[in-house]
Design a binder for this molecule. Structure first.
Ligand code: COA
Length: 206
């Protein structure tokens, strides 16, 4: 039996920071972050502000779910109507502290790769879809089905809406997981000026 979204915890405004913190911890070994920020403390700082922006944006314009208020796993979703992120929409949604901290944290170092994946997303995804912008599970909870629960609950809904779901990842390990959940690779592309690949994946509505 697949959990539905009602069985998940939809985050409140006061959860934006804890959710960004959980994603920062989950992504501590994510290839793009490790590549851009070899120094771990610099990486954590930049990633935190990066995820504050993403969670704030998803909270305002999309939907952000956690497995529980303890934030073992967090998933940020929004529809293609709100992609790509627009600066004016960011101003309306992102905590002020994130807007102030973002430049100083060095998070802008990820901008060129972010621009690249945004362009590929626009190119390969169908016009109307849901986007799984970010999903992360705290390291101590990984491999125990938390991401499967978060993703399947949303897929039950997107199937009902007859909408496809798009995601991308730069970690090859994730590709097998997402294939297992019904996604297919629609493009594998080298990320310019890095040694990384980006996999664009789509799950058609069932
Ligand atoms: C990627 C991530 C979110 C996965 O979370 P998780 O809770 O460990 O994943 P799950 O245990 O729910 O695994 C999801 C499904 O994939 C399956 N799976 C895992 N590894 C697999 C593999 N190599 N091949 C096929 N299926 C696999 C699992 O069995 C599970 O399916 P099930 O529910 O039918 O058993 C987590 O590892 C993470 O936070 N990583 C760092 C951040 C990151 O890379 N995020 C994604 C970027 S797009």
């Amino acid at each position: 039996m697949v959990a539905d979204l009602k069985s998940l915890y939809r985050i409140q405004k006061s959860d934006i920071k804890p959710a960004a913190k959980a994603l920062t911890e989950a992504f501590r070994n994510y290839p793009l972050l490790v590549y851009k920020y070899p120094d771990e403390s610099q990486r954590n700082k930049a990633a935190y502000y990066f995820f504050l922006v993403i969670v704030g944006y998803g909270f305002r314009w999309g939907e952000v779910y956690a497995t529980s208020p303890q934030m073992e796993g967090v998933a940020v979703w929004y529809s293609s109507e709100h992609f790509p992120m627009r600066f004016c929409k960011m101003l309306l949604s992102v905590p002020f502290s994130a807007l102030l901290g973002f430049p100083a944290s060095g998070a802008a170092r990820m901008q060129s790769a972010a621009n690249f994946v945004e362009a590929r997303h626009l190119q390969v995804a169908p016009a109307r879809h849901w986007f799984l912008d970010s999903i992360g599970v705290l390291p101590q909870y990984q491999g125990q089905g938390y991401a499967g629960t978060l993703i399947r609950a949303m897929l039950a809904r997107t199937d009902k809406e007859r909408l496809p779901v798009f995601l991308d990842t730069m970690d090859e390990i994730d590709v097998r997981r997402y294939e297992h959940l019904g996604f297919k690779v629609v493009e594998k592309a080298a990320v310019p000026k890095t040694n990384l690949n980006n996999w664009a994946m789509l799950k058609e509505a069932q």
